[in-house]
Every structure is written in C-alpha cells, then in structure tokens.
Design a protein around this ligand. Structure first.
Ligand code: SF4
Length: 384
C-alpha cells in the first residue's frame, strides 16, 4: 500500500491538475472550469458581469465541473445550479467572517476539530470538485493549503485520545483523495478498536459523480460500515449519475444520509425542499440535517431568515413522511455547537395539561401525569 504523502500520477490525478499528460505525451484537459474566460465559452457574460466574476474569483477561486454545468439552465440567471457555482459581485461585500464557527480555536491539531464529546472532524483534504459559492470553509478550500502533512500527527492524536469514538472525515472533500490514500486512513482508523463510527462528508457524488472510481467504492466495501453524508441542496442535483453513485455506495455497504444548507435563491421554498427530500428518500438517502446558513464572509447574500426556515419545516412536517424529514439546526456562531430550531408545536402548559397545535391548526391537550420515574439514583448521568 502506498504511504501518505506520496502520490502517483495518472488514473486519478484529476483532483489536482487541469491537464494530465500520459507517458506517451498525450495531454487531456480535465473537466473543470477555472476562470472567467472558460466560463464565457459556455455563458453569455456582459463586461460588467465578467468584471464582477473576475473580482470575486480573485478572492474565492472558481471551480465547476463540466458535469455540474450540464445540469444548469444557462438561459436563466437565477438558476439554482448557477447560483451555487458561479461567482457574483455580491461576494465582494465584507460582512460575515471567514471562520464563522470558530473552527480554528477548536482545533486539536491543524486538521482535527473537536467541539463535542466523543467525536471530531478530520480535515483530510483542502480540495473539492467544486468551489461552492457559500462554502463555510472557503478560507482554505482550493487555496493551495495542504493538510496532508498533518495527517500522520492527527492519526496518532486520535489513537492516543481515549475520548474519541467517532471520526468525521471532511475537508474539502475526502473523495478528492486517491482511493488508496482513503484506504490507508480508513484502515488506520478501523485498527483503533475504540472508534465505533466513521463518517465521510462529501459533495463529489452531487457535483462530479463521474469522479468516483470503482476503487473508491471498494474502499467503502472493505471498511464498512461507513456513514456517507452527502451535501445536496436542490432537487435538480438528483440526476441518474447521482442516483447511480448512491446505489453503488449502498451496494458497498455504505449507509447514506444527506445534509442540506438553506440558501436564499436556491432552496428557500417549501415545494423545492419537499421535492428534494422526497426524491432523496426515493434514491435510498435519509435526509439528516438542514442547516441554517453560517455567516460566511462573501456569501451573506445566501442568508435566509430562521422564521422562513421554520415555516418551511412546518410545511414539510405536514406533507412528508417522517423518514424524509431532516433536523433543522443552527450551528451557533463562534462554535457553540448545533441546536435544533424546529417549529414549536407545544404551545403552553397549565398544571398537568399540555396544549399542542396539531397539523390542522386545531389545539389538543395531553395530560402529563406520568408516575415518578424509576431512576435508581446511580448518578452516572451526573458524571458527564
Ligand atoms: S463541497 Fe463542501 S467544502 Fe467543498 S466547496 Fe462545497 S461546501 Fe465547501
């Protein structure tokens, strides 16, 4: 097996370079759009728009796969695929912060963030198959930072920290690693018997599904069970290619869930959300999180009010199977953690009577007179 820090060129080197040259000297252009000039080959851009895109992409580089472009409505400037992937002049506004969740101050190594008891986020890559215009890690994604040199140190840290039982591989995107690098990381984590749960957070199946190779699925098969959390924001992102990747993850023994960010002009509509979550369930993906937008610098034009988010959740709860409902959560700025922010159906309490609002709007009462619990007073729960 190849060791971390080494890289073979060829088969899977699309992650890092725009042009690959094989041994015979044949050059292949890789399927990404990285600048305004390339964009102008696909879209009609006037001078002002070109200047805005140039200015925004100097701060936060462009990267869009040709695949993701293919699902865009190029004639519609408000297309949700376009809004997520093409820079805009709104990114030049200064509000927001580059590290809205204060991840740096929770970092135990340069690539291991630990906020919660028992689990931590391992940033295994700083590369993605697309530079999403709302990314809350845009401070380093696609900017040449290399987490690779911290991977061994972090694996030792995890091995020596008895509190860690769950590791969330994130980045960037873990599927930007070559399959054998991912295999090495998963093999190492699996060898630590205390680690019960490994998650991989990824957007590759959505923005560049053809970037996953058979070896990636084999790695999942050989390391199962692995929880795959796919970041997906709009029903138009559910394509046959996406569905095929989900099927391959599931066939390999992966447990597939989704996370979605509530984004203005992309999915801030109850019907769009209903369509997204219904279709995810149809593909075999359990919607897990709906995130309130983090206050990211240069992306504040995507912010939706919590009031609107709660209305959307109320609509979804009324119209969707419970299986299709995600948790709507806010990651509290500054790194205080995720908290649920759903609609409050429990309206008031009078003595033992608790008043609830039902889906029809009618009020019902539950008499909360359960007997005293059977706690034995061992106080184990007080020790945490
Ligand atoms: S895939 Fe995730 S980490 Fe990468 S740019 Fe998009 S939101 Fe950021």
């Amino acid at each position: 097996m190849r060791q971390l820090g080494q890289r073979t060129e060829g088969r899977i080197s699309w992650h890092f370079r725009n042009v690959i040259e094989d041994k015979e000297g044949t050059k292949t252009t890789l399927p990404f759009i990285n600048n305004t000039k390339q964009l102008a080959n696909y879209l009609t851009l006037d001078e002002q728009l070109k200047n805005e895109i140039d200015a925004a992409s100097r701060l936060y580089p462009i990267k869009i796969s040709e695949y993701y472009f293919s699902i865009m409505d190029r004639a519609d400037p408000l297309c949700p695929i376009r809004r997520q992937s093409i820079p805009s002049g709104e990114e030049l506004f200064e509000s927001g912060t580059l590290d809205p969740l204060n991840e740096k101050s929770y970092s135990e190594t340069p690539v291991f963030i630990k906020k919660y008891r028992g689990r931590g986020v391992f940033l295994v890559s700083a590369e993605c198959a697309m530079h999403c215009r709302f990314c809350n890690r845009r401070r380093f994604v696609g900017k040449g930072w290399n987490p690779r040199k911290y991977l061994k140190e972090t694996l030792s840290h995890i091995e020596n920290n008895n509190d860690i039982k769950e590791v969330i591989l994130s980045g960037g995107d873990p599927f930007m690693l070559a399959a054998d690098e991912l295999e090495y990381l998963l093999g190492y984590l699996r060898s630590i018997r205390r680690i019960t749960t490994i998650r991989i957070s990824s957007r590759v199946p959505v923005v560049f599904p053809n970037g996953l190779c058979a070896e990636h699925f084999n790695v999942i098969r050989n390391s199962k069970p692995i929880w795959i959390i796919i970041h997906i924001n709009h029903p138009r992102e559910i394509t046959p290619d996406f569905a095929e990747n989900v099927k391959r993850f599931r066939d390999a023994g992966g447990i597939v869930l989704s996370q979605t960010v509530l984004l203005r002009g992309v999915n801030d509509c109850p019907f769009v959300m209903m369509n997204l979550f219904e279709n995810l369930i149809g593909c075999g993906v359990k919607p897990y999180y709906l995130f309130q937008f983090d206050e990211v610098k240069g992306a504040m034009h995507f912010k939706v009010s919590i009031k609107k988010g709660v209305e959307i959740m109320r609509f979804l709860r009324k119209n969707l199977s419970g299986l299709a409902l995600p948790y709507y959560v806010c990651d509290i700025p500054g790194g205080l953690g995720k908290v649920p922010i759903d609609y409050q159906y429990m309206k008031r309490r009078k003595g033992d009577a608790v008043y609830f609002e039902g889906f029809s709007g009618k009020t019902g009462v539950y008499i909360d007179d359960g007997k005293k619990d059977n706690c034995k007073g061992c106080r184990l729960c007080m020790m945490t």
